[in-house]
Write a protein that binds this ligand. Sequence first.
Ligand code: TRP
Ligand code: ZN
Length: 876
Amino acid sequence: MRDAEPQPIRLADYRPPEWLVDKVDLDFALHPTQARVTARLALRRNPKGTQGAPVILDGDGLTLVRLAIDGAPLAGSSFEAGPDRLTLAHPPADSFTLEIETLVDPTANTQLMGLYRSSGNYCTQCEPEGFRRITYFPDRPDVLAVYTTRIEAEREEAPILLSNGNLVESGPLPGTTRHYAVWQDPWPKPSYLFALVGGKLAKVADRFVTASGREVELGIYVEEGKAERAGYAMDALKRSMRWDETAFGREYDLDVFNIVAVSDFNMGAMENKGLNVFNDKYVLASPQVATDADYSGIEGVIAHEYFHNWTGNRITCRDWFQLCLKEGLTVFRDQEFSSDQRSRPVKRIADVRALKAAQFSEDSGPLAHPVRPQSYREINNFYTATVYEKGAEVVRMLKTLLGEAGFRAGMDLYFQRHDGQAATIEDFAAAFADATGRDLTQFSLWYEQSGTPVVTVKGSYDAEARTYRLDVSQAVPPTPGQPTKAPMVIPLVVGLVGPNGDDLPLTLGNTVVERGVLELTKAEQSFVFTGIDARPVPSLNRGFSAPVNVVSGLTADERVFLAAHDADPFNRFDALQGLALGLLKEGARAGAPVAPEALIGAARNILANTALDPAFKAQALALPGEGEIARELAADVDPDAIYAARKALKSALGNALAGDLAQTYGALVAAGPFTPDAASAGRRSLRNLALDYLAVTASAEGIARAAAQFEQADNMTDRLAALAVLVQHDVPERERALAAFYERFKADALVIDKWFILQAQIAASDTLERVKGLMAHPAFSLGNPNRVRSLVGAFAAGNPTQFNRPDGAGHAFVADVVLTLDPKNPQVASRLLSSFKTWRQLEPVRRASAEAALRRVADTPGLSADVSDIATRALG
Ligand code: TRP
Ligand code: ZN
């Protein structure tokens, strides 16, 4: 035996399963340290498999108690059982029932994968490969079975017993202190969608009647005492269920839909069939403890998990390479839902900001990978912004290319063809191709090629011929494993804005350009628009129709013009951002003051425009983040110079617009009690943006205004926004407000997370010491993912100047935490290590310290597959 690097799994090596499982009967006897799991699997040889293949089941750290075939105990000689695998070399028949008894320790499970305990409650997380930590099983998504789950537990310890599907039986176990429940899920599903919950939980109940009249009982289970905070989640659930009926024709398919909120959870939430399990951050809200961002996060995640019922559960993935089949599509669906519930342009702007921050940065660094990867060492590391967010963009482009009706026809065909199946990206693409008659071969490169395409556009006007010509070229930069690329299909939505601000007609030769969509398919293309009476300003990539970097060469004057006139709200926003980005890059490079007059004028006009939505104004006036500036600079990045340039520009804007901002702040004072609707949230966001700008120079007046808002706020959004302003400045009000906030909310872990985040993100040289000190704070725990993300994650991913301190102490600290955390929770550790994803763009001194930290991690013996994979690829 040698301790070799595990070989990567390759998409090209996919083989169908040798054995299928038609039916699974599970019996759980819950116990804090010795939970007994009896699994009865109806195994059947796959007719599409290999002749005589053995039965090989996955395990992960399992202890086998007993094995039986068709009721007869199995002798030790006829199988081989280790912690990670169970092999029957000579199966007795082509179909038989295998009974497996295992013992698992939920209390010792700190990875939060498989069966574990959170605040004393039992819960499970199986995606992607956690079911094998419960029992031996072909733990792959193309093995679909129907599950019956019996759970028994101490009545006192776990009065609530839940699993997938419908409850069929429950009651006391006479003569004992125990009770039981039996759940049956009629829909075949892969093992990663299995879930079980047992514990003391409060329930919020409601009901929903589907379009065809099916009555569904809804339940949201939360820790005792928190039930009054689940109302918004329940409301979001009902709106999601209705929306999927109207927007996609998809109805719910069980009598029960349950959600359980737990406080220890590796990610946001999980779409287990009929029993979603959530990070409580995405369920619990009240005006006193949740911000507008929290409310919209809850709405989005509730919708996302619910929508998985069709895109993920009824149609699942053939293998984990197809992850974007469910995730990209479901993110697209939840984004569309939120757009319909709120302001579509504002939602789009927020989504694109997030895409650029997380995905564009990933795509331009060493961790870049295709939306559908070709190989992986650890699948847990591929729940990425590329699979989720870029995956959603690919679906959105498909819709842009096919139009509303074509897209819907393709979706309908996909549901009709593949319901009950484990499908592939090829199946998905074929549904759209067949429904619309369109060849999607080249389009599918979006799933194969990594890297963000660069689209360069040059416009020229011919007054005599009355034509306007766009010369467009595209190139995809090299990425790991992909030195050269082929041209992509890029739906570039454009407009030509005439001198009076109106769109000019878009005619190519004799054909009208439908919905403004230009289809780029070649490395270089030209489009000549006819009948153009005056020189227009081109509005490119409207609505961010394609996830690309556009190089437009627009002048500052042209951007000012678009900011004032573009009919496309996204590009109005983008014109201002482009102006700011130009100034910020210049400022960061030269260290010299910039000339912001054009930007100030454009911003003033936006602020004064009464026709615009406050939420839109807040987005348009918020400067690009430090990460986006760094990505634009691409090399030799000095985060301190970026920070200084951004602060200088923010001060210039704050000073120049002080009068307008103070007026805005005063005018937007809330008229009544807090409501979380989009319009009210938009007013708060603009008012709080004004508060921030007005305090940027730490003037006594600006600080006093923030301190007063902090004290008087009647809701968390306004209180936290004021605190965020105060902590950025080295003023006595900072520590006073932090202390008051802690005192007030110390009983509320989710609120204390906000307190951790704000402190971890202070751009000051003593922040690292502060963060180290907070790790010893009683409210912190390395065992809780939300705490780790709020303190250490926020420092690593949200504080570029201090994480990248030139003395290397920030990098070393994060590496230390990764190494301490890895043996307990490798998933959270590897995610934290991913904060190094942009290290190569740093200037040489900081780059060297990042490399040293990564190398120290990589060279540590006994790393998890998760952390070792990220370290190796980041250095690669
Ligand atoms: N499938 C889940 C979602 O996107 C996320 C998920 C994947 C997850 N793996 C997980 C959640 C592990 C918790 C733990 O909705
Ligand atoms: Zn998902």
